[in-house]
Design a binder for this molecule. Structure first.
Ligand code: AMP
Length: 478
C-alpha cells in the first residue's frame, strides 16, 4: 500500500514520448512501425504497437529500440487495418515493462488501447480518488488514470466516455486511442505537446488517416501533412468517416517551446512551424545578441547543429564540424568499471584536433541543464588545442522544471536555477558564456501571439501544477 503522505505513486512524472496512429490501411502495423522508427529520438526506453483486426485488439511492447523489437515475426502478430504505436523514454526510476505503452484493456466500452505523450498534472489526485473508490492500478504511469476514468464513465459510447475522461484530466496530453473499429485522438486544451494529422493516398483511391507527434514520421511512409489536431480537439476516425469536435472550452495555447529548441527532429514541422528554420533563426539571433571575435563556429552534435549554422551564417565566421559524434553509442554499451568511467562524453564525441588547434572557438549548443556535459565538452575542445572556447546557448537559462512531459531534473539540479551567468561560465570553464534572450526565442519560433509555453525559462506555469502534494500557484504563461 502506498503512503500518500510521502510518496508519489508515479515513478516517472516527466515522460518524453512519441505517438503514432493510423486508420484504414491493410498493413497498418507495418506503417506504424515505420512511423515509430522515425520517432525513435522521442523515446528509447520501450516501444509498443497495438492493432485491431476489427474484432480483437493485439498488442506487443518491449523494452528497447523500435528496430530491435519489431521483427517481421512480431509484426505478423499485429494484424488489421488500424493501429497505434508509442516510443517511451525515461532516464531514471521505473524502467519496467508494465509502464511501456500502448496500455491495452477490456472494459465496459469494449477493448481499448491508449498511447500518451505528455504528463498529467493532476494524476496523483485522480489516482487517489480512483483507488479510494476501488480501482486497481497495474502500472505507475499516469496514462492508466485515463483508462480507469473511461472504464468508469456512465456514458455508453467510447467517444462519450473519453470526453468524460478528458474533462477530468489536466496538464499535457496528446493521446491516441485504438478501439475495435476506430481510432480516436485528443489533445489537451493548451496544446502543450504536438500532434499532427496526415493522409495517405493509396493506389486504389482509398485514403488512410494518420496522426503523429512529428511530421518526419509522415515523410517516411509518404503521407501528406494535413494540419494540427487543434488544442482541445478530439478527432474520431471510424467506418462513418472523420469527425472533429472541440470537447472543452478554449484555454490559452501553450505549445512547448523546447520542442523547437531541442526535442523535435529538425526535419519536422512542429506546431505547424519548420524546426530547422526556427533553430537556424535562434542561431542567427544568438550571433546578433552575443557576438565575439573567433576563428570557427563548432556545433555540439546533434543538438547544436542547426543553431550553429545560423550563428555562422549571421556572423560570417566559418562553420566547422570539429566534434564528431558516434551515433552507435547506446544500449549495448556495458557500464564501465570506475577505472575507465571517465571516458564519459568521449564515447559519444571526439574532437577533430586539426580544426581546433590554436583556434578561437565558438561552441554552440541548444541548452545547459546540469552543466556537467557542457563542462566535459568545453574541456575536450580545449584539450584538442583550442586557444579560446566561447559557449553560446540557443535558448535562455533553464531555471525551472517541466511538468508537461520534458525530462528536466529538479530545481536543485538545474545549474541556472542556482548560479548566475558568471558562476555558470566558471563551472563549465568557458572563456565566455551567453544565452539567447527570451524575446529572441519568441521571435525565432514566430510566436507573435504568445502561444508558446516558456515555463522552463520563466518559472511561470500556464496551469496548476501538482507535484508531490505541492500546489504551485497559477501564475499564467508568459
Ligand atoms: P549538461 O551540460 O549536463 O546540462 O548537458 C547539456 C546537454 O544536454 C545539451 O547538449 C542538451 O542538448 C542536452 N539536453 C538538454 N535537455 C535534454 C533532455 N531533456 N533530454 C536529454 N538531453 C537533453
Amino acid at each position: 500500500m502506498l503512503d500518500w503522505e510521502d510518496e508519489t505513486p508515479f515513478d516517472k512524472l516527466h515522460e518524453e514520448c512519441g505517438v503514432f496512429a493510423l486508420y484504414g490501411h491493410p498493413e497498418a502495423s507495418n506503417l506504424v512501425y515505420l512511423g515509430l522508427y522515425a520517432l525513435q529520438h522521442r523515446g528509447q526506453e520501450s516501444a509498443g504497437i497495438a492493432s485491431s483486426d476489427g474484432r480483437k485488439i493485439h498488442c506487443m511492447k518491449q523494452m528497447g529500440h523500435v528496430a530491435e523489437i519489431f521483427t517481421p515475426d512480431v509484426l505478423n502478430q499485429l494484424p488489421g487495418s488500424l493501429s497505434i504505436g508509442h516510443t517511451r523514454y525515461s532516464t531514471a526510476g521505473d524502467t519496467a515493462i508494465r509502464n511501456a505503452q500502448p496500455l491495452s484493456v477490456a472494459c465496459s466500452k469494449g477493448q481499448v488501447a491508449v498511447a500518451h505523450n505528455g504528463n498529467l498534472t493532476n494524476a496523483i489526485e485522480l489516482r487517489r480518488e480512483l483507488e479510494e473508490d476501488g480501482s486497481i492500478f497495474q502500472s505507475t504511469s499516469d496514462t492508466e488514470v485515463v483508462l480507469h476514468l473511461v472504464a468508469r464513465s456512465r456514458e455508453r459510447t467510447l467517444a462519450g466516455a473519453l470526453r468524460d475522461a478528458l474533462l477530468q484530466i489536466e496538464g499535457a496530453f496528446s493521446l491516441v486511442f485504438l478501439a475495435q473499429d476506430r481510432i480516436i485522438v485528443a489533445r489537451d486544451p493548451h496544446g502543450f505537446r504536438p500532434l499532427a494529422m496526415g493522409r495517405l493516398d493509396m493506389p486504389d483511391g482509398t485514403v488512410a488517416t494518420v496522426f503523429a507527434s512529428e511530421t518526419c514520421a509522415f515523410d517516411l511512409i509518404n503521407a501528406t501533412y494535413v494540419g494540427e489536431v487543434e488544442p482541445g480537439e478530439m478527432v474520431i476516425v471510424g467506418p462513418e468517416g472523420i469527425t472533429r469536435e472541440h470537447y472543452t472550452t478554449p484555454e490559452p495555447t501553450a505549445h512547448c517551446v523546447f520542442e523547437h529548441v531541442y526535442f523535435a527532429r529538425p526535419d519536422s514541422l512542429v506546431f505547424g512551424t519548420a524546426v530547422a528554420e526556427s533553430r537556424e533563426r535562434m542561431g542567427r539571433m544568438l550571433a546578433q545578441e552575443h557576438p565575439v571575435p573567433a576563428d570557427v563556429i563548432v556545433p555540439v552534435p546533434d543538438s547544436g547543429v542547426a543553431a550553429a549554422i545560423g550563428y555562422a551564417a549571421e556572423s560570417g565566421i566559418p562553420y566547422k564540424q570539429a566534434l564528431i559524434r558516434n551515433h552507435y553509442v547506446g544500449r549495448t554499451f556495458i557500464e564501465p568499471s570506475q577505472a575507465i568511467r571517465d571516458f564519459g562524453v568521449k564515447l559519444k564525441l571526439n574532437p577533430v584536433r586539426h580544426l581546433l588547434e590554436g583556434k578561437r572557438v565558438i561552441l554552440v549548443d541548444d541548452s545547459i541543464v546540469r552543466g556537467t556535459t557542457s563542462r566535459k565538452i568545453v574541456r575536450m575542445v580545449r584539450s584538442a588545442g583550442a586557444k579560446e572556447v566561447h559557449l553560446r546557448i540557443s535558448c535562455p537559462p533553464t531555471i525551472s522544471p517541466c511538468y508537461y512531459g520534458v525530462d528536466t531534473p529538479s530545481r536543485e539540479e538545474l545549474i541556472a536555477a542556482n548560479k548566475n551567468l558568471k558562476q555558470i561560465q566558471d563551472f563549465v570553464e568557458a572563456d565566455s558564456l551567453a544565452y539567447l534572450s527570451l524575446g529572441a526565442l519568441n521571435k525565432s519560433v514566430k510566436d507573435s501571439e504568445n502561444k508558446y509555453c516558456y515555463s522552463c525559462y520563466t518559472g511561470k506555469y500556464p496551469t496548476l501544477v501538482q507535484i508531490d502534494e505541492l500546489i504551485l500557484a497559477k501564475t499564467g504563461c508568459c
